[in-house]
Design a protein around this ligand. Structure first.
Ligand SMILES: [Cu+2]
Ligand SMILES: [Zn+2]
Length: 216
C-alpha cells in the first residue's frame, strides 16, 4: 500500500511539472513588406501567431497597411527564402500533398488561411484562430513564410486550372518569413508531444505500480 501511495504522489508531481513548463505561450511573428504598388505605396505590417499550449489552435493577428481595398488570398508558403523576394518562397505549405481549399474545408493545404478583406481605409487589424497550423512539432510553420496575394483566393471552388493548386489568387503583394517572438529559452513540445509521452510513461508506471502493490 505504501508503494501505491508513493507512486501516486510521483505521478501527480510529474503531471503538474509537465503542466508548469507550458505557462509561456509560443509566439511567432512575420514582418511583411512587398514591392511598390501602382500608387507608389508598399504593403507593410505584422502577422503575429500565438499558441497557448502544445496541440492547441493558433491565434493569428494580421495588422497591415496600404493594402488595396477588397479580398486578398492569405497563405503560409513552404519556404523562408526571400533571396528573390516573395517569388522564391515556394508554393502553399502542403505536407499532405492534397488539393487547395478553404480554412474550414476538411481537404486543404496546411497553409490555406483563406482571404482577408480590407475596406477603404486600406488598413486591417483582425485576429482569428486556425486549428490546422501549428508553431511546434514536425509541421511547425516557423521558418516558413506568410504571403498576401493581389486577388481573392477562390478557395478551390473556381473553374480556373489553378483553382485546386493556388486558389488563383494572383501575384504576391507582400510577404515575410515567420520567426520566433517569444522570450523563452526553450519551447515546450518542440519534439512533438514529448510532454504527452512523459505523461503516458507516468501512467504506465502507475499501473505497473498498482499491479505490484496488489501482488504484494
Ligand atoms: Cu499564397
Ligand atoms: Zn493552398
Amino acid at each position: 500500500m505504501f508503494h501505491l501511495l508513493t507512486i501516486t504522489l510521483a505521478l501527480c508531481a510529474t503531471l503538474s511539472a509537465g503542466a508548469q513548463t507550458r505557462n509561456t505561450p509560443m509566439e511567432a511573428i512575420a514582418y511583411l513588406t512587398g514591392p511598390l504598388q501602382s500608387d507608389n505605396t508598399q504593403v507593410k505590417g505584422n502577422v503575429t501567431f500565438i499558441q497557448n499550449d502544445c496541440g492547441q489552435s493558433v491565434h493569428v493577428r494580421i495588422q497591415l497597411e496600404n493594402v488595396m481595398e477588397g479580398k486578398h488570398g492569405f497563405h503560409i508558403h513552404e519556404k523562408g527564402d526571400l533571396s528573390n523576394g516573395c517569388t522564391s518562397l515556394g508554393g502553399h505549405y502542403n505536407p499532405d500533398k492534397v488539393d487547395h481549399g478553404a480554412p474550414h474545408h476538411e481537404v486543404r493545404h496546411v497553409g490555406d488561411l483563406g482571404n482577408i478583406e480590407v475596406n477603404a481605409s486600406r488598413t486591417i487589424d483582425i485576429t482569428y484562430t486556425d486549428s490546422v497550423i501549428s508553431l511546434n512539432g514536425q509541421r511547425t510553420i516557423i521558418g516558413r513564410s506568410v504571403v498576401l496575394h493581389e486577388l481573392e483566393d477562390d478557395l478551390g471552388l473556381g473553374n480556373h486550372t489553378d483553382s485546386k493548386k493556388t486558389g488563383n489568387a494572383g501575384g504576391r503583394i507582400a510577404c515575410g518569413v515567420i520567426g520566433i517572438k517569444s522570450d523563452v529559452d526553450e519551447w515546450p513540445c518542440r519534439d512533438n508531444g514529448a510532454g504527452t509521452l512523459g505523461q503516458s510513461l507516468s501512467i504506465v508506471a502507475f499501473v505497473v505500480g498498482l499491479l505490484i502493490a496488489r501482488g504484494l
